[in-house]
Design a protein around this ligand. Structure first.
Ligand SMILES: Nc1ncnc2c1ncn2[C@@H]1O[C@H](COP(=O)(O)OP(=O)(O)OP(=O)(O)O)[C@@H](O)[C@H]1O
Ligand SMILES: [Mg+2]
Length: 262
């Protein structure tokens, strides 16, 4: 088996408790999470609201530092501002978030939004050409580059966010609730698009969702996160047919069937 591209070892994160002012202790959002993602793999992370999914995503992208444990990209530590692996991680691992209205600057034209990581990462080459290439890849017309995010539907905005994330040619795509908040039919379209792009570009993917049906659609392997810990891990199909942890069984009971799998 190939070496993991992205790895977490004993990852933990504590935040100061926002709910209790009298008791200024810490709340563990994540506790001792280990994971490995290998090249070309699609790994799902599922868990209910507050399970620690977005915290995990931020730590994997080194947007925050862990309280304990570490993240490695291609075997190099990336947790910590001066970590040797950090520049590579910034370019090679990109993220798509839920709520594109919150993550796409409403005052910027779509062309500039998609080109932004190319500029920020000082990637040489014709940025305009790359933007058009990306817009086409996500099924938007070249004219979209001149328009603003509010002129698009929710599904189209998610396509813009995907175009931006893929513009710098990352190896790994992390998608945090990338299709939540979209209508089911639009969800299926965006999932189809993602699945095609993952296959065409040979992307390694970490798909984070509270919705097991979304995970099942794209991911062979899945981790179940519950109160900041991995309580179950294995193949998605196994998890569907023989869930071991009571929490997984509860998650499954809440899953509506998704139409068709790729
Ligand atoms: N910046 C922060 N400061 C304090 N507490 C935080 C912070 N970020 C997250 N938390 C807490 O950590 C826990 C995990 O939050 P996180 O956002 O990772 O969950 P999630 O699984 O992504 O949930 P959701 O499905 O609602 O997005 C929660 O209890 C949350 O309140
Ligand atoms: Mg979240």
């Amino acid at each position: 088996m190939s070496a993991p591209i992205l790895e977490a070892r004993g990852l933990a994160k504590a935040y100061r408790d926002r709910r209790s002012r009298s008791r200024p202790g810490s709340r563990w959002a994540l506790r001792g999470v280990d994971l490995e993602v290998r090249a070309g793999e699609t790994l799902g992370v599922v868990g209910q609201s507050g399970a620690g999914k977005s915290t995990l995503a931020r730590l994997l992208l080194a947007l925050e530092e862990p309280t304990a444990g570490e993240v490695l990209f291609r075997g190099q530590a990336v947790s910590g501002r001066r970590s040797p692996g950090l520049p590579e991680l910034r370019r090679r691992v990109q993220i798509v978030l839920q709520d594109p209205m919150g993550s796409l600057d409403p005052r910027m034209r779509v062309g500039d939004i998609v080109a932004e990581p190319l500029r920020a990462l000082r990637i040489p080459g014709d940025h305009r050409a790359r933007v058009h290439e990306m817009l086409e890849a996500v099924g938007l017309a070249p004219g979209a580059a001149r328009r603003y995010p509010h002129q698009f539907s929710g599904g189209q905005r998610q396509r813009i966010a995907i175009a931006r994330a893929l513009a710098p040619r990352p190896d790994v795509l992390v998608a945090d609730e990338a299709v939540s908040g979209l209508d089911v039919s639009v969800q299926a379209q965006v999932l189809n698009l993602l699945s095609g792009l993952i296959a065409d570009l040979g992307l390694t993917t970490v798909l984070i969702s509270h919705d097991l049906a979304v995970i099942r659609y794209l991911c062979r392997r899945v981790l179940v996160l519950y109160q900041g810990q991995v309580v179950e891990a294995g193949s998605t199909e196994e998890l569907y047919t023989e869930p071991r942890h009571p929490y997984t069984r509860r998650l499954l009971a809440a899953v509506p069937e998704m139409p068709g799998r790729p």
